[in-house]
Design a protein around this ligand. Structure first.
Ligand SMILES: Cc1cc2nc3c(=O)[nH]c(=O)nc-3n(C[C@H](O)[C@H](O)[C@H](O)COP(=O)(O)OP(=O)(O)OC[C@H]3O[C@@H](n4cnc5c(N)ncnc54)[C@H](O)[C@@H]3O)c2cc1C
Ligand code: SF4
Length: 502
């Protein structure tokens, strides 16, 4: 793809050509994704229309739910925006109070509950929120004009009600080496050319949630940069249908069951990740929000993770589904009154609410930035995400414990239709005359789906690595721990230090 070809898709062109009506409903949203000519590969083949691909569609449905929720519950999923002077989808809003942030968390839990998967819109939301203060302070210190550009871009996506994906994670090559020291300079996204009208980007972003289902991608640096990494300190918005982008769709456990149409557990909703290849993509200056200001990369990553790590309360919505599935199966199996089963349900709930508690506490304890938006408490946000790296695994273990071994050994639902073995399968999967064995099978498949099937990507591995692997949170928690102040409290109580004036 040549740079000249790419220019036809500049942001200015896209904005000025964009006569589309704002998206309102989930159906409008699905229609907006059609006919974009994306370059997408899955299982060694090009996909012509991702929206209609059976493996992709559940992830589209999950994002569509974020639109329908805004119509059904506007108080939960929309909020007034001063940028456009009316209510907008909460996923496109820059939070201007701690209450706004708590409401984001409430919406995320509800969507997790409704979809049982990753609904994909939070990375972009958290990116705007972090960039709002970073661009403001960078302009103040460096005389740049990034904040106004960001405001213009946000106004545009709010007016059109678009989906924006956040693309932070680079392939990273040798983890012990910085971007500019890698054996291949493209292992982190970088500026390969600066021109009068913009920049040309090359590289890749890995594990990109909901990228095909977005209208725009905001690429950001993934770590603190040094002066020699200047070309890697780039933040820019790129239209998803830019011809210089290729998407390599990620495989998920049991994803082919969506094509088979059976044994899915959750046939409607799924997550989506892909590797995004940027082949000399031109970006005009009006959608560049940082270029070379390396000193702002660490604050950007830290502020972004401050938002994103408490966004992981989304997983408590999935936890709700799993607790419900385990409790329902216990009832079907006649074990619901056993004390150890009751206790396991209590333990699952305890773990789930512990995640939620830390997440909304981080939002509740948010403080205003110089730019006027609100930044969550960093330690509490990291504690929330750190709990997420562990507790869903235990909740999943307990759900499998209650469900029994059939969760892994059950014959296909297709057997139910067979004249000979169908009645026998019903006979041997019956637990009581009141329970339809087919319902029991559906619940067992849901537990399989969340704990080792398709949506285990969202419930387990994404919980572990998404928004940063566990060690990244421990580093932030260590940074936020004022050990000297804590030692002073201990010394005072133990009588080592004199009480200070009391
Ligand atoms: C389902 C899913 C969805 C995701 N969605 C998005 C998304 O939408 N946008 C996005 O930008 N990213 C996304 N991510 C990426 C996520 O942020 C990364 O997976 C995470 O930061 C870890 O990076 P990695 O996968 O390259 O693993 P690695 O960085 O290779 O980490 C693997 C292990 O190596 C350790 N390690 C890494 N580097 C070092 C080092 N220098 N020294 C010592 N130890 C080290 C880590 O602590 C960890 O234990 C997603 C990930 C997943 C799994
Ligand atoms: S993992 Fe959770 S926070 Fe991240 S995009 Fe998915 S639903 Fe949102």
């Amino acid at each position: 793809m040549s740079v000249m070809d790419s220019r036809a898709r500049s942001v200015t062109d896209v904005w000025s050509m964009d006569r589309a009506e704002p998206i309102r409903t989930g159906d409008d949203y699905v229609a907006s994704l059609r006919g974009r000519g994306l370059r997408v590969r899955y299982m060694g083949e090009w996909i012509s229309e991702p929206v209609d691909h059976p493996v992709v569609r559940p992830s589209v449905n999950a994002v569509a739910r974020t639109y329908d929720l805004a119509v059904e519950k506007p108080e939960l999923a929309t909020v007034h925006s001063e940028l456009v002077g009316r209510r907008v989808n909460r996923f496109l809003h820059v939070a201007t109070s701690a209450e706004d942030l708590v409401d984001q968390n409430k919406m995320q839990r509800e969507l997790g509950r409704q979809t049982g998967t990753c609904f994909q819109r939070c990375v972009g939301m958290d990116a705007f929120n972090a960039l709002w203060s970073v661009t403001y302070e960078c302009d103040r210190d460096r005389g740049t004009t990034y904040h106004q550009r960001l405001r213009d871009f946000l106004r545009y996506v709010q007016e059109k009600n678009l989906v924006v994906g956040g693309a932070m994670t680079d392939p990273k090559g040798d983890r012990s080496k910085a971007p500019a020291d890698q054996h291949d300079p493209d292992l982190y996204v970088r500026v390969v050319q600066r021109r009068e009208d913009g920049v040309v980007l090359r590289g890749a972003k890995a594990h990109q949630t909901g990228c095909l289902n977005s209208h725009w991608l905001v690429v950001m640096p993934t770590m603190r940069m040094r002066p020699e990494d200047r070309d890697y300190a780039i933040v820019a918005a790129i239209p998803v249908d830019h011809p210089g982008i290729t998407y390599l769709y990620g495989r998920q456990a049991s994803d082919s069951r969506a094509a088979e149409g059976v044994d899915q557990g959750n046939a409607t909703y799924g997550g989506q990740e892909a590797m995004v290849l940027l082949d000399d993509v031109f970006v005009p200056w009006e959608s560049v929000f940082l270029d070379g200001e390396v000193e702002w990369t660490a604050p950007l990553v830290e502020r972004f993770t401050g938002f994103h790590r408490r966004s992981y309360v989304c997983k408590t919505g999935l936890g709700d589904v799993l607790v419900g599935a385990a409790a329902q199966l216990a009832e079907y199996h006649g074990t619901d009154r056993a004390s150890h089963v009751k206790d396991k349900i209590v333990e699952m709930t305890h773990l789930n609410e512990t995640i939620y508690g830390a997440g909304i506490a981080a939002s509740h304890e948010a403080r205003p930035t110089a730019a006027g938006n609100y930044q969550p408490d960093d330690v509490l946000a990291n504690v929330c995400k750190h709990n997420v790296t562990r507790f869903p695994y235990e909740i999943a273990r307990l759900a499998q414990d209650i469900a029994g071994g059939l969760v892994a050994t059950m014959p296909s639902e297709q057997e139910l239709d067979d004249e000979e073995v169908g009645p026998l399968l019903r006979k041997y999967l019956a637990t009581s005359p009141d329970v339809d064995p087919a319902d029991r099978m559906r619940l067992l498949r849901l537990v399989e789906n969340l704990t080792m099937g398709r949506n285990a990507v969202g419930y387990l591995t994404e919980s572990l690595h998404g928004a940063g692997s566990p060690q990244a949170q421990r580093v932030q928690i260590a940074r936020g721990t004022d050990a000297e102040a804590l030692k002073a409290h201990a010394r005072r109580l133990a009588g080592v230090d004199e009480p200070a004036g009391d």
